[in-house]
Design a binder for this molecule. Structure first.
Ligand code: APR
Length: 248
């Protein structure tokens, strides 16, 4: 069953001259990072997202934010890319895909070697000053937090420093506008490991003329997609890559 849909997906990929990939938390579960909405293991079953990662908590109860939400962000820093991230990096190198648009903040696409990555929910490498906009390494926020400077303040203007991660209540970064524009012009979008629950990213598949979905659970776009492969991202993407390599 999977093999038949893998073959269909490969045919579609071969025909496309402009293929993009959209990833979500499901691509990183095989690296040991839990996703948000899988039954029993999803993060939001254990933590209230509005409590852990919201601008309102960051601004009004910074001690709480730095005790919980910030620790969650730091916990991803040792994770290693898995077979799925590596397959996508190889596909980019082979010219099969043009870019990865990711909702993830774990840096694993870059660690795997992907070059063109749009991070539509921000990143865990940097923070910035809410007053003057100065960018700093996220490690500075970590050090200041460890030294009891809560919230951490900007050395230039004394404004509040915050992680460059999109939290509930935030606007999306420029990368999202770029993603919107390139999806508008693509021929094929491959969605990997996202339930496609969170707008506006969940609107992106509607703009692509063809869509392949690789996901363990159901997504909001399954019934409209051209090919839906229910499987683990690492296994499925490796199969697709092996199949495409036979052609080269
Ligand atoms: N392979 C393929 N799919 C997987 C795997 C795997 N190994 N592991 C989990 N999945 C699937 C799950 O079945 C689920 O449908 O990945 C999907 C992950 O969905 P979510 O947990 O909703 O994650 P995501 O879509 O990235 O969430 C979007 O929600 O709270 C926010 O900001 C957060 O960026 C996040 C956004």
């Amino acid at each position: 069953m999977i093999d038949k849909s893998v073959k269909e997906a490969c045919e579609m990929i071969k025909k496309s001259n402009n293929t993009l990939v959209l990833t979500g938390a499901g691509i990183s579960t095989e690296s040991g990072i839990p996703d948000f909405r899988s039954p029993n293991t999803g993060l939001w079953e254990k933590i209230d997202p509005m409590e852990a990662l919201s601008t309102s908590i960051l601004l009004n109860r910074p001690e709480k934010f730095y005790k919980k939400g910030f620790k969650m962000l730091l916990s991803m820093s040792d994770a290693k890319p898995n077979k799925a991230h590596i397959a996508l990096a190889n596909m980019e190198e082979m010219g099969i895909i043009k870019a990865v648009i990711t909702q993830n903040i774990d840096n694993l696409h870059q660690k795997a070697g992907s070059k063109y990555v749009l991070e539509v929910h921000g990143n865990t490498r940097t923070g910035s000053c809410m007053m003057c906009g100065k960018k700093v390494d996220l490690k500075i926020l970590e050090q200041k937090n460890q030294n009891g400077e809560i919230p951490p303040k900007c050395n230039s203007c004394n404004g509040i420093l915050r992680p460059d991660v999109v939290m509930f209540g935030d606007q999306l970064p420029e990368d999202f506008n770029t993603a919107w524009n390139i999806v508008n012009k693509c021929e094929l979008l491959i969605v990997v490991g996202s339930s496609l629950t969170i707008a506006p990213v969940s609107y992106l598949p509607q703009m692509a003329p063809r869509v392949i979905i690789i996901n363990l659970g159901e997504t909001s776009f399954d019934r409209y997609a051209d090919v839906v492969i229910k499987g683990k991202a690492g296994k499925v993407l490796t199969k697709i890559l092996d199949e495409l390599r036979k052609e080269v």
